[in-house]
Ligand binder design. Structure first.
Ligand code: SAM
Length: 291
């Protein structure tokens, strides 16, 4: 199988979703390249970011900076919710979000619904530091489409985390109103949703549209963000929605002690970054306020 994204020893991430730009990473060795039923899966060892998982030409995780994303998408909702017992992760086949969710002792059941079993297999083999949580006794893996799964599980979850790839291919439905309506129905009372919600530098219109329909479905809606070098423009955000009208998204109801921050460990998330992650640059704040 040829790989057009690697030329002269450099991988370049090109996509119509970020026209005219492309992150380049120097390749040491291609470890895996195959087509699954859903997408093109590439794993390579890079010179400076460890092993890299690429789906349909888009970087999903690198070993060096993935924690900036996984910690935020998991701990933001889990520290806002006062008693998260039952958690659903949609997508997330690399295991990174599971690794973070199992750090919460209050959580009793974790279900991962990933459409592509080959992503899980590849992560177990080439991204062991992400896939560490698959054997946790609280974890159940369901292979299937998150859209269909959601429709069949009304009233089941305290927290739903959608760790999705970009809005093309199998993930496109995960950015649309019917999926958010289904997530709302799959929540228990006072439940919280946290989803991958793209970058303010590239997809502000999409983010505004998501906020628009989320505000029709949930009484509390916010956009938080994290800084991460290998996602387009170095920034990605999360749409966070709560069914409890009294929720203050910026104020976690649960927090990690200094000892836990060191021992778990946590390398990006803390209480101060939780609060500040909802603060936006003026151009994005104005656009989202206008929704
Ligand atoms: N953190 C990454 C990012 O922001 O680019 C995304 C992680 S990646 C592991 C996302 C996963 O979502 C992929 O493994 C993909 O197979 C899965 N996925 C895409 N569409 C899905 C769907 N409809 N249902 C369940 N999983 C889906």
């Amino acid at each position: 199988m040829t790989n057009d994204s690697i030329q002269d020893g450099w991988f370049t991430e090109k996509s119509d979703l970020w026209p005219g730009q492309g992150l380049a990473l120097k390749v040491k060795q291609v470890l895996h390249h195959a087509k699954s039923d859903f997408q093109d899966i590439l794993v390579f060892q890079s010179e400076s970011y460890g092993n890299v998982l690429v789906l349909d030409g888009a970087v999903q995780v690198t070993e060096r900076d993935e924690f900036a994303y996984q910690e935020m998408i998991a701990h933001l909702p889990l520290c806002i919710h006062p008693y998260p017992k039952s958690v659903l992760i949609v997508g997330g086949g690399d295991g990174g979000v599971i690794r973070e969710v199992i750090k919460h002792q209050a959580v009793e059941h974790i279900t991962l619904c990933e459409i592509d079993p080959q992503v899980i297999e590849v992560a177990k083999k080439y991204l062991p530091s992400l896939a560490v949580g698959f054997n946790d006794p609280r974890v159940t893996v369901h292979v299937g489409d998150g859209v269909e799964y959601m429709k069949q599980h009304a009233g089941n979850f305290d927290v739903i985390i959608t760790d999705s790839s970009d809005p093309i291919g199998p993930a496109s439905a995960l950015f649309e109103q019917p999926f958010y309506a289904a997530m709302r129905n799959a929540l228990k009372p006072n439940g919280i949703v946290c989803t991958q919600a793209e970058s303010i530098w590239l997809h502000l219109d999409l983010i505004c549209n998501m906020k628009r329909f989320c505000s029709k479905l949930f009484p509390v809606v916010g956009y938080a963000w994290t800084s991460i070098p290998t996602y387009p423009c170095g920034q990605i955000g999360f749409m966070i929605c709560s069914l409890n009208p009294l929720t203050e998204l910026e104020q976690p109801t649960r927090s990690f002690s200094d000892t836990q921050l060191k021992s778990l460990p946590l390398r990006y998330y803390n209480k101060r970054i939780h609060t500040s992650s909802f603060t936006l640059p003026q151009f994005a704040q104005v656009a989202l306020d206008a929704v």
